[in-house]
Design a protein around this ligand. Structure first.
Ligand code: F6P
Length: 317
């Protein structure tokens, strides 16, 4: 079979390890494997290159994606997808492995409806794919966030300040929740914690009055303007306050062993499924077991907040 592989959407550490796994496992099963550069945009533009074994020999531990990535909102249009489909046909590529998040899976689902055998591999730092316990990149981003928050605690405590730290995750609370717990944040604000701004301000004021000298507030992105929030905290609570947006630094870096292992397992599993003529699914991991889920089902699933982890937030703060 001729198989294509692409990365799409926000890059994530471990995408290269996944590309390598797909390429090596495909060659091991005597398939031909092609890399598609710059995600669906590159597919529409015909940026297709044949892969061989040595082209992926030094990428297992590198961040980013050697195939590069892009977002292509126009891919929702039938006529744009049709061009992508025709380009695959031109190369006689029958199957496509797409590495990315939910937007990537939506694109793959739409292509599968045109007759391409598609498999999605979850690669995003957001951990927002409900059909998998973990996505490739989450572990590394969590490590990066924890390292940064630990450092911010040093300076916050030296200056007796409150530090408001915004972490990524799009609409998924996991990066904030996990990093907040791991760094002993006094407050973790996500869409699920239900802590209102007023409650936060009152509670910080009370803590300050009780003599607590510094505080760490971890906030999920897309909830507040954290610079404005820091000013309000300063005006109301008595703490001097600074805001830090961790931003894109969370998307880079050398993948952790957890992300590398997950990428190796999911990449090889995607090829196993194609060998068994299973397609139009995304792969994932549940309770440490490899699983696959139909695109429609996977995209419908809503990631449930972890009650146990949420319980820790108040108990340990
Ligand atoms: O999907 C990963 C992610 O980094 C999100 O956490 C963030 O909201 C978004 O991508 C940023 O996207 P862009 O690279 O298009 O600015």
């Amino acid at each position: 079979m001729r198989i294509g592989v692409l990365t799409s959407g926000g890059d994530a550490p471990g995408m290269n390890a996944a590309i390598r796994a797909v390429v090596r496992a495909a060659l091991d099963s005597n398939h031909e494997i092609f890399g598609i550069e710059e995600g669906y945009k590159g597919l529409v533009e015909g940026k297709i290159i044949p892969f061989n074994r040595s082209m992926v020999s030094t990428i297992l531990n590198s961040g980013g994606t050697i195939l590069r990535t892009a977002r292509l909102p126009e891919f929702t249009k039938y006529e744009v997808r049709k061009v992508a489909y025709e380009n695959l046909k031109k190369y006689n590529i029958q199957a496509l492995i797409t590495i990315g998040g939910d937007g990537t899976f939506r694109g793959a689902k739409a292509l599968s409806e045109l007759g391409v055998k598609c498999i999605g591999i979850p690669g995003t730092i957001d951990n927002d794919i409900a059909s998998s316990d973990y996505t490739i990149g989450f572990s590394t981003a969590l490590n990066t966030a924890c390292e940064a928050i630990d450092k911010l605690r040093d300076t916050s405590s030296s200056h007796q300040r409150c530090s408001v730290i915004e972490v990524m995750g799009r609409n998924c609370p996991d990066l904030a929740l996990y990093s907040g717990i791991c760094c002993g944040a006094e407050y973790i604000i996500t869409k699920d914690t239900k802590t209102s701004k007023e409650e936060l301000l009152e509670s910080l004021k009370a803590n300050r009055l009780q003599g607590r000298r510094h505080a760490i507030v971890v906030v999920s992105e897309n909830l507040y303007d954290v610079h404005k929030l820091a000013k309000e905290i300063e005006q109301f609570s008595g703490y001097e306050c600074r805001a830090t947006v961790l931003g894109y630094v969370q998307r880079g870096g050398c993948p952790t062993p957890e992300d590398r292992l997950l990428a190796c397992r999911l990449g090889a599993y995607a090829i196993d499924l194609l060998n068994q003529d299973v397609a139009n699914v995304c792969v994932g991991i549940k309770n440490n077991k490899l699983i696959h889920t139909e695109f429609a089902l996977a995209l419908d699933k809503v990631r449930k907040e972890s009650k146990e982890l949420m319980g820790l937030v108040n108990k340990l703060a």
